[in-house]
Design a protein around this ligand. Structure first.
Ligand code: FAD
Length: 318
């Protein structure tokens, strides 16, 4: 079933969903099942699986020189989606990115998903690779998520890249996109960011999942700004609990979000690792309860392999 159909069916109640990362190459599916098994009692109708493009690493050769080598550290998104659907009987939402994909690769990936009866995708651009200052698309790849959405929407109308295909099967993908309550870090301002978000909706995107945020007011302001700019699709808040002291610096650096002063102070005041986890859990419960009371369509938790923490939050909220 489509993600948006779940929202329609749930009417005013708030669903729950989770996001998992594929294990590092060489890891097993057990890692995913170990994360999800303890969370399935909360009955998520869908589970997201992230996509990770290849990264460059430098491998030391016997000569002493280093060779730049491209590896994919976390392959397996599509296989994990199929395994999740098979094991739990819930829908899986693979993330699909522009980075590393030609349009042809994208078309073939969408054909695979369609054959697997996976009808939901989260369409994203992907970030710049670590050694590149800015995002560089493949030759004949998409530079923005907007172009990826246009391609998916065309396939939903039976239009494939090869114009010789007549009566091509119409796919029926429900398309999610990313939204940024604190603005995407490359956007010059919120208005500009919302302009492109609206363009993605107009091109066929059905709903938005937000970047993590730690101050609910940022989400509420974002939803208001979206509505004022004609963006009327469901906006699902993405939540992640802080659990470690170093995240006070790493989360703002990596995800370009602010951490409220009260949360940062509590984390610094906590006496040990256990107490810091507790601070993060309590903050996330407080955020979740307020969002649920405000009637958000779904609370989407970034698990990052930590089911224990997410479980404690879900238990307190659902
Ligand atoms: P875009 O929509 O392409 O936007 C990128 C920037 O360009 C923005 O500043 C936007 O305002 C601007 N822009 C958009 N369209 C245009 C246009 N046509 N012309 C000019 N400017 C434009 N990354 C992964 O690699 N794998 C994942 O699985 C993954 N999952 C994610 C899940 C969520 C919920 C979120 C919030 C992010 C996720 N990301 C993931 C990170 C995401 O790929 C990055 O945030 C990336 O930098 C931007 O992706 P986007 O789809 O928002 O890009």
């Amino acid at each position: 079933m489509k993600v948006t159909s779940y929202f329609e069916k749930a009417k005013d109640s708030t669903l729950i969903s989770f996001e998992v990362l594929p294990p590092l190459k060489g890891g097993s599916m057990e890692a995913i099942f170990n994360t999800l098994d303890p969370l399935m009692e909360f009955k998520p109708p869908f589970i997201d699986v992230t996509y990770h493009r290849e990264e460059y690493i430098y491998v030391k050769k016997p000569s002493g020189y280093y060779e730049k080598t491209a590896i994919r550290k976390r392959p397996g998104t599509v296989g994990i989606c199929a395994a999740i659907m098979h094991r739990y009987g819930v829908d899986a939402v693979p993330h699909l990115i522009c980075g590393g994909f030609t349009k042809e690769d994208t078309e073939n990936a969408l054909i695979d998903l369609n054959f697997l009866n996976i009808n939901n995708v989260l369409a994203l651009r992907g970030d710049a690779r670590k050694f590149e200052g800015k995002f560089v698309p493949e030759t004949d790849g998409h530079a923005y998520a907007l172009d990826l959405i246009k391609q998916i929407s065309k396939m939903n109308k039976g239009v494939y890249l090869d114009s010789n295909i007549e009566n091509g099967e119409k796919t029926d993908f429900c398309i999610g996109i990313a939204g940024y309550p604190e603005k995407h870090y490359e956007a010059p301002n919120m208005e500009n960011d919302l302009h492109w978000t609206k363009a993605k909706i107009d091109a066929g995107a059905d709903y938005i999942v937000t970047q993590m945020f730690f101050n609910n007011q940022a989400y509420f302001d974002y939803v208001k700004a979206c509505r004022e700019n004609g963006i009327n699709v469901p906006i699902v808040p993405g939540l992640k609990p802080l659990t470690k002291k170093y995240q006070l610096n790493s989360i703002p650096r990596i995800f370009h979000v602010d951490l409220p002063e009260d949360l940062a102070k509590e984390m610094l005041r906590a006496k040990n690792a256990e107490a810091r986890v507790q601070v993060g859990i309590e903050w996330c419960i407080m955020q979740s309860k307020e969002l649920k009371a405000a009637g958000v369509p779904c609370l989407h938790y970034y698990t990052m392999g930590d089911s224990e923490t997410i479980r404690k939050i879900a238990e307190a909220v659902y």
